[in-house]
Each structure stands twice: as C-alpha cells, then as structure tokens.
Design a binder for this molecule. Structure first.
Ligand code: NAD
Ligand code: UFG
Length: 338
C-alpha cells in the first residue's frame, strides 16, 4: 500500500516507517522537524535499503499538504505528527491546541478532498484519566487532566463525528501505553529535547553519564513497592501494531478504538532493576515527591488488539531496556551530528 506517515521522522513514526518499508509498503513522510532531525531519514534508508520520499513541511500549511496528496498516490494515512510534552502543554496550551487540532483538521480536509479515507491516529492512554480499575479496557470512561490529553480527546471526538458523517471513512484510534526501546540496530531511537521528562530516556542518560541521578517521583503509592506502575511497550511492537491496524482497517468498523500495550505493569523500581540487569550499569536514584498529575497505576487490557487486529506485544521489559541502552550508548547525543 501507499502510506502517508505524518510525523515520520519522530520516535514512533520512524520505527513504524521501517516496519512498513520492510513489509513492502511505499512510504511518504511529512514532518516539519519541530521535534526531530533529518538524519533520521538517512538512517531509515540505511536500515531498510530503500528510499523514502520525505516532505519537510508543516501540516498547518494546508496548501503544501495538498500538493503532497496531488503528487503521490496515497491509500492510507498514519497520523503521528503532534506535540506531546504534558508539562509544556500546561504552560503553553494554545501551542498544543493549535498544532495538534489544526494539523489534524487540515489533514482530514485534505484527505477528503483527495478521496483518501483510511486513517490511523496516535492517541494515548492519557485519555483514560484516573481509572478506578485495571486492566484498562477501551470501553472505560475518558477524561483529560492536561491540555495535551485534552487535545487527544478532542481529536478522538472529531474523528468519531467524521466517521459518522460519511461511510467511506475507516478510522482506527490507537491508544498507546508507554512506548520505550529502540530499533535493534541502535541507529534510531528516542531523542528528547533537553532533559527528558519520561522515565526510560532519563534512566539511559544517567547510565551514559549525561545526568547524575534519577529522581523517582514518589514511593508511597498503593503499588507493589510504592513507585508508579506503567505498561511499557517496545516501540517496535508498537510499530507492528500499526501494520496490523492497516491490514484490518477496511474490514473493521468505520471507527475502532484499540489499546496498544502489553497488559503488564512494571513499577519504577522494577524498571531500574531490569535496566541494571540488561545494561550492567548502576543507576543512581533518589526518592523525591510525587509528580503532580501522575497516576499510581496504568496498564492495558490488550485483548481487543488481539481479537480485532491479530496483534500482541512480543518483546519483554529486558528487550526494552537492552534496546534503549544500545541506542543511547551508540548515540550519546542523540541525532546531534557527531
Ligand atoms: P515525536 O515528537 O518524536 O514525533 C512527532 C513528530 O511530529 C516529530 O517528528 C515532529 O517534528 C512532527 N510534527 C509535530 N508537529 C508537526 C506539524 N505541525 N507538521 C508536521 N510535523 C509535525 O513523538 P512520538 O513519541 O513519536 O509520538 C508520536 C505520536 O504518538 C504523537 O501524536 C504523540 O502524542 C503520540 N503518543 C506518544 C506517546 C509517547 O510516549 N511517545 C504516548 C502516547 C501517544
Ligand atoms: N518517573 C520518575 N522519574 C522520572 C520520570 C518518570 O519516577 O524522571 C515515573 C513517573 O512518576 C511514572 C513513571 O515513571 O510513575 C512513568 O513516567 P513517564 O513520564 O515515563 O510516563 P507517563 O506514564 O507519566 O506518561 C507517558 C507520556 C504521556 C502519555 C502516557 C500514556 O509522557 O504523554 O505515557 O501513554 F500520555
């Protein structure tokens, strides 16, 4: 199939592009490089041995986006592009609403105008807010606690309306849990700007000596050891979930919502231990206050992904830690030119 990948130079988009190309799909990337680097495209091409058409344009520019559709045959779109930093979204809500919402509206309008109706959207487990029971099913109620999460929820609702408006639309909303890890080559991976907000890149930067110690946000939660529990999923498994969603998009209902997680929760301390084991590196950490807005626990019920898409995660926490470490070791400064 001919697939447009928005945000294809980003962390999840680049890994998904590799899996798509390896499966014989033809990929066109659109990315404005606001949170990524052109080098990613070279690395994708090195890893796959195939060339990938890339447009370094902004989805906010509808005319430019339209040209991409006019100049390429597109069967389906996987829409990763967007801003994703929760803390920044609290400080700069308009930045998040205008980028995430307007780019999605532009994309859907251009898709309709060009008769393309297959869309996979990157949603997030953040839309479940503070669930009362676990594992989390797709049928659970949703609530946003910050502008980033609200932008995801609003987009989900817009896409639901769209799916009702015209039976041609086939839309899958994938709610990701916590993506970590990197491609086995160590050539592509997560490259956060500045000090990482998320656990795994923080740990790898402590391991490589860029940061001194990890702050563990609270050890008084009602969890196995008091630290927060999450459903970490290897980014390559996550990428493969998109291929399965694509294969099934026309057979499934007009709009499907699917969790992508492993179904298993690991605490912060368990992740530290697993990382130490996988890397042979010692991780200095100290316990600090809880981070405002964090939930104690979050893990998926991935049953629907198996039933509807025939997908389940295959990689375990050791694979995630090993591959995160491999990427960090090979690229201590991320994609910064060496
Ligand atoms: P990322 O920042 O690495 O990738 C997003 C890409 O989109 C970047 O390359 C950025 O340059 C591009 N982009 C942003 N705005 C754009 C615009 N207006 N026009 C063109 N390109 C634009 O993020 P990621 O981790 O790969 O996440 C991909 C998607 O998955 C995002 O929508 C994110 O919200 C969602 N998601 C991520 C996580 C996570 O923990 N990484 C969890 C749940 C959901
Ligand atoms: N944590 C620490 N120290 C750190 C960073 C994180 O102890 O320096 C803890 C957190 O308190 C939490 C766990 O590690 O218990 C995971 O935190 P992350 O920041 O890695 O991930 P979150 O679950 O908070 O959020 C991530 C993304 C959200 C997304 C959500 C669900 O940042 O955007 O996963 O997909 F919505």
């Amino acid at each position: 199939m001919d697939i447009l990948v928005t945000g294809g130079a980003g962390y999840i988009g680049s890994h998904t592009t590799i899996e798509l190309v390896n499966e014989g799909h033809n990929v066109v990337i659109v990315d404005n490089l606001s949170n990524s680097n052109k080098l990613v495209i070279d690395r994708i091409e090195e890893i796959t041995g195939k060339s990938v058409t890339s447009y370094f344009i902004d989805l906010l520019n509808k005319d430019e986006l339209d040209k991409v559709f006019k100049n390429n045959h597109i069967d389906a779109v996987i829409h990763f592009a967007g801003f994703k930093a929760v803390g920044e979204s609290v400080a700069l809500p308009l930045k998040y609403y205008s980028n995430n919402l307007v780019s999605t509206l532009n994309l859907c309008e251009v898709m309709e105008e060009n008769d393309v109706y297959n869309l996979i959207f990157s949603s997030s487990a953040t839309v479940y807010g503070k669930p009362e029971s676990f594992p989390i099913k797709e049928t659970f109620s949703t609530k946003a606690y910050n502008p980033y999460g609200r932008s995801k929820l609003i987009i989900e609702e817009i896409l639901m309306d769209l799916s009702h408006s015209n039976e041609k639309w086939n839309i899958t909303l994938l709610r990701y849990f916590n993506p970590v890890g990197a491609h086995a080559s160590g050539e592509i991976g997560e490259d956060p700007n500045g000090t990482p907000n998320n656990l795994m890149p923080y740990i790898t930067q402590v391991a490589v000596g860029k940061l001194q110690e990890l702050n563990v946000f609270g050890d008084d939660y009602d969890t196995v050891d008091g630290t927060g529990v999450r459903d970490y999923i290897h980014v390559v498994d996550l990428a493969k979930g998109h291929l399965k969603a694509l294969e099934n998009i026309e057979a499934n209902d007009r709009l499907e919502i699917v969790n992508l997680g492993t179904g298993e929760g690991y605490s912060v301390k368990q992740v530290i231990e697993a990382f130490q084991e996988a890397s042979g590196q010692h991780i200095n950490y100290k316990i600090v206050d809880r981070r405002p807005g964090d939930v104690a626990t979050s893990y998926a019920d991935p049953t629907k992904a198996y039933e509807k898409l025939g997908w389940k995660a295959e990689k375990d926490i050791n694979d995630m830690c090993r591959d995160s470490w491999n990427w960090q070791q090979k690229n201590p400064n991320g994609y910064e030119e060496k």
